[in-house]
Ligand binder design. Sequence first.
Ligand code: PGA
Length: 241
Amino acid sequence: MKIIVTKNYEMMSKEAAKLIAAQVIRKPDAVLGLATGSTPMGMYKELVHLYDEEFLDFSKVKTFNLDEYAGLSGDHQQSFCFFMHRYFFDHINIDRQNIHLIPGVSEDPEKAKKNYLEQIEASGGIDMQILGIGLDGHIGFNEPACEFSKGMVTTDLDESTINANARFFSLKEEVPGQAYTLGIQTIMMAEQIVLMASGRAKAEIMKEALFGPIRPQIPASALQLHKHVTVIVDEDAGKLL
Ligand code: PGA
């Protein structure tokens, strides 16, 4: 595991964007596993900047998002589908057919989950997976549990996650109680993983996830077992590392 401590959020975002840029240059048809939330927002901005500078070509890149709120359709402003288009896809030359997003609303969620996993497999697997981390140690929406989740799962969001994400909704009651997420097993199958964190509030959980016991109660601790993880934090989130 490589840990990069950067001065601030902007530098963290640039470091993460550099890793993705290198991946896309190395392998123009790279398969990227993408995350949403406040953490990767700056990274997407930087990638769009690199694209505008005619530095990067996303025309052959495939993407798979990590998670989605259950019950929010893609046009809901707080859906991760909406986020991805707004902050990234609408600004780059990605082929729309190469974008894979988990449907928050579907007639048959079980079938949709199975299809999604099959599409990842058919793509040859994820080359680089971007992750943020929740205050409770979740990655994707894999909340603390009794075992590391497999395949793709429907999770009940923890109170701390609902509270943290309420800032994006007008009322806390509007935050969906459930989400679909790639499980820990699928995340661990990615060739490379980039874990990002910023802000003082993430310092304790980063220490516990990276240096504490490996256990499903701290889902991100599984990353200690992955062969190619790069952790990029700002000084605040990296304070205890
Ligand atoms: P955040 O969320 O980037 O909005 O802090 C991270 C997460 O919950 O995975």
